[in-house]
Design a protein around this ligand. Structure first.
Ligand SMILES: Cc1cc2nc3c(=O)[nH]c(=O)nc-3n(C[C@H](O)[C@H](O)[C@H](O)COP(=O)(O)OP(=O)(O)OC[C@H]3O[C@@H](n4cnc5c(N)ncnc54)[C@H](O)[C@@H]3O)c2cc1C
Length: 452
């Protein structure tokens, strides 16, 4: 039986970044990554395979940097792990022993068995699998009536892309009042719904799917709670993901209320030398300190970098405890982004807050042809002035500006500090120095804390 110093189970962003960081830090140690499929894909790029990228080949991602650093890769599925003997078995009957073991087994789409007809032919999912998406791309190319169930990021992005084909009718069904409710406040979800409709998607909100109707095993329509029947040849379920933890649980690891592997701030599980990272592992909300259900490539790779440095001893001390979610997406050219605690999250956690808002154009002066409106809202703790969250809506710059807010949250920056924030501005690139949106939003928050 071959032994490796480190074995990583998985081939997604967490596995790749843990592998490449860990191997570079420990060039003398042997590393093996065991992944299910030979070809990998950028999970966040999947929606764009259906139109803007045009093919799954243009959305490939693999462990090349890990291999270049000296790591080995095996395409196989791990079926059993024995913690006492520190060994594992694969589907092909291979056995390996390890010193350190990393679970990076990710997440899988939730299958809504409670919806009648969920098992009909052509009811599909957005699986993070190269082979599956390759086949799904052919099916979306052929189908003229496609219904997407679930108005979260993935459902919205896939619908927006498919609606770019003018010969298709794309319907999106969301049971809540607006799409993207978990990530944005009412104002932005309202604007997002408008952008989705403008992009040509037939949007049904406050609408619950009661049945997927079919004849001879094939989908023909989707039925809603109000009796509406939407004709469909293809249905894409996008109602969420669940951590892929069957293997870990079989081996004896405990999961939290979200089905995610319990681990500490350094990705260590309670079993010595066994780690869990990324979507398969539990997250603790940065403000509430409670279990949170955050599954993002950005947070997964941040955790993977920390784990890569700390596999053998703690070299990189984690100064920020908890996981900060930073979301962004683009619908029909409009960017929607949020970081940390948005209004409803603060309310649910019983945290008092005020908001400081400001809107301006993203260039200056306003006369340039390609300006977009840029709206910023900072969520602030009124007793300390500390920024705990934020939202932005606007052009492309919103995607990076939200990361500035993310950094401010992580560093505990107050709105008082933000008003003296040293910035660089340029007419073609940023908002005006006289009314820089982040600073004006901070001023708006201060005026609410201490009216002047
Ligand atoms: C359509 C879509 C769009 C997204 N967009 C964004 C975005 O814009 N920004 C963002 O931050 N996040 C986004 N995400 C979320 C992001 O993709 C996930 O957070 C990320 O993939 C998590 O990485 P991971 O490595 O932990 O898990 P995964 O990517 O799920 O990888 C897990 C890997 O483990 C392998 N595996 C599982 N079990 C075994 C086994 N027993 N043996 C061997 N291998 C195994 C799987 O085959 C898979 O390769 C998106 C997700 C989707 C689906």
């Amino acid at each position: 039986m071959k032994n490796y110093d480190v074995i990583i189970i998985g081939g997604g962003p967490s596995a790749i970044i843990t592998g490449v960081t860990g191997k570079k830090q420990n060039p003398g140690k042997s590393f093996l990554m065991i992944k299910e499929e030979e070809k990998g894909l950028v999970p966040c790029g999947i929606p764009y395979v259906f139109h803007d990228l045009g093919s799954v080949e243009k959305n490939m991602m693999g462990p090349a940097p890990f291999v270049a650093a000296g790591g080995e890769v095996l395409v196989d599925t791990v079926t059993d792990v024995n913690f006492e003997q520190k060994k594992l078995t694969t589907q092909d009957g291979l056995e390996f022993s390890y010193d350190k073991l990393v679970f990076a087994t990710g997440s899988v789409p939730i299958v809504p068995k409670f919806i009648k007809g969920y098992d009909l032919n052509e009811v599909k999912y957005i699986k993070k699998s190269y082979n599956y998406i390759n086949i799904l791309k052919e099916k979306t190319d052929e189908a003229k009536h496609i219904v997407i169930i679930g108005g979260g990021f993935i459902g919205v992005e896939v619908a927006e892309q498919l609606a770019k084909f003018k010969d298709k009718k794309i319907s999106l069904v969301e049971m809540r009042e607006h799409c993207l409710c978990a990530a944005f406040s009412e104002k932005l979800t309202h604007l997002a719904d408008e952008a989705i409709r403008k992009a040509g998607v037939h949007l049904h909100t406050s609408a619950k799917v009661t049945e997927i109707i079919g004849t001879e095993g094939n989908v023909t329509a989707v039925k809603l709670s109000d009796g509406t029947e939407i004709p469909a040849e293809l249905v894409i379920q996008a109602i969420g993901y669940t951590p892929n933890t069957q293997l870990a649980q079989k081996a004896g690891l405990k999961v939290n209320c979200n089905n995610a592997i319990i681990r500490d701030n350094y990705m260590r599980t309670p079993v010595k030398d066994v780690f869990a990272v990324g979507d398969c592992s539990g997250a603790i909300g940065f403000i509430t300190g409670r279990e949170d259900n955050i599954m993002l490539a950005s947070t997964a790779t941040a955790e993977a970098r920390i784990l890569g440095y700390n596999l053998f001893e703690i070299n990189l001390v984690r100064t920020f405890s908890g996981t900060l979610s930073v979301f962004s997406t683009e619908i029909g050219g409009k960017v929607f982004a949020s970081a940390g605690a948005i209004k409803q999250a603060a309310e649910a956690a019983g945290i008092s807050y005020i908001c400081g808002e400001f809107e301006d154009v993203d260039r200056h002066p306003e006369g340039f042809a390609d300006t977009s409106k840029l709206w910023v809202s900072l969520v602030v703790s009124p007793s300390t002035g500390i920024i705990i969250g934020g939202e932005i809506c606007g052009g492309k710059s919103a995607g990076e500006l939200i990361n500035v807010i993310g950094l401010a949250i992580q560093k505990g920056v107050t709105v008082y500090e933000l008003v003296s924030y040293q910035i660089g501005t340029h007419p073609l690139l940023t908002t005006a120095p006289t009314k820089y949106v982040l600073i004006k939003a901070a001023e708006a928050a201060i005026s609410k804390i201490k009216p002047c």
